[in-house]
Design a binder for this molecule. Sequence first.
Ligand SMILES: Cc1cc2nc3c(=O)[nH]c(=O)nc-3n(C[C@H](O)[C@H](O)[C@H](O)COP(=O)(O)O)c2cc1C
Length: 364
Amino acid sequence: MPPDVVASGFGTSSSDALLARAEFDRLSERGRRFLGAPVAIMGGAMSWVSERTLVAAISNAGGFGVLAGGSMGPDALADEIAGTQALTDRPFGVNLITMHPLLLDLIAVCQQAGVGHIVLAGGVPSGAGVRAVKEGSRLVCFASALVLAQRMVRLGADALVIEGSEAGGHIGPVSLAVLAQEILPHVTEVPVFVAGGIGRGEAILAFLEMGAAGAQLGTRFAAARESIAHPRFKQAFIRARARDALPSVQLDPRFPVIPVRGLVNAGTQAFLQHQAAAMAHVDAGELTREQAQLSIEHFWAGRLRRAVIDGDVEHGSVMAGQSVGMVTAEQPIAEIIAELVGQACGALAARHDPAAGRHSSARH
Ligand SMILES: Cc1cc2nc3c(=O)[nH]c(=O)nc-3n(C[C@H](O)[C@H](O)[C@H](O)COP(=O)(O)O)c2cc1C
């Protein structure tokens, strides 16, 4: 276990701290065993952000990094996995998208490289996809409702991530506060990791006590020191409050918009105008419905890269979860993980010594 994780301060006596840590480890044991990591905290895959440096940093700090492989071809993915393996000898996962035309090739690349965990995002995976993953890796699926969670387990998922609408990026309609109550008591066959809006260790502790195996965070890691995101992207995270991270708005039910949570900026305003213009063109008979729908869907193409890599946080897509309000500095990954573990352990220690808990929460 990395010393920075063990030595996170609790503001209490060292024996209390060790007991609290042992209790935290016990609560998260199923998740730690599944991930093969000392801390059951996954760094959720974030396109353009979750590349080798960040993923390796998360795994090296005791968590479990996940590469965002969704938009890569097989050669690029093989290179990214090899690059990550050069930076860490700890386990990490790869996130792939179910509808990728080369999904089976990408799965084969992961397995040739010995990747132990594959996360399939973007809907219910095909039987062929599930079988391919399970030939050599463990399969992690997303579920945004109880029926979906049960279906994923029947399909062969070895673990689930339940992601609430508080999360950054593409979201479902239901908050983690509700999903956790709906799913955790009823899905016990596989470890379930919770995601969405988590910014502090006390929240992780609460979900572990409800039966979660661990947590997945994205937003808190995106602005970390090791993140390759542009300094302006990180500054936007540091400045933003929870209320600035809003889902994309759909103007007309005829033209569905996939909800994506991100920081409101000139781009989100332009998106509204773009939808209004597309609708006006359809009403005037200048565009077919299909053409208008396509132009709405294409609006955000390339804009996440524009924000993350080019630093255009005004017109790019600054995907962020509501936990962005808890991003207050560009911290090293090991410090973030130690802080999360310290907060959870501080809350546990406070049950025996309330003064210690007050001291611990005042620190962060
Ligand atoms: C900038 C950004 C990009 C993301 N990209 C992806 C992605 O490509 N694939 C995916 O499955 N999830 C993606 N996510 C979701 C994260 O993996 C994670 O589940 C989510 O961030 C957790 O909620 P939180 O942001 O409140 O911590 C993204 C999130 C952010 C903030």
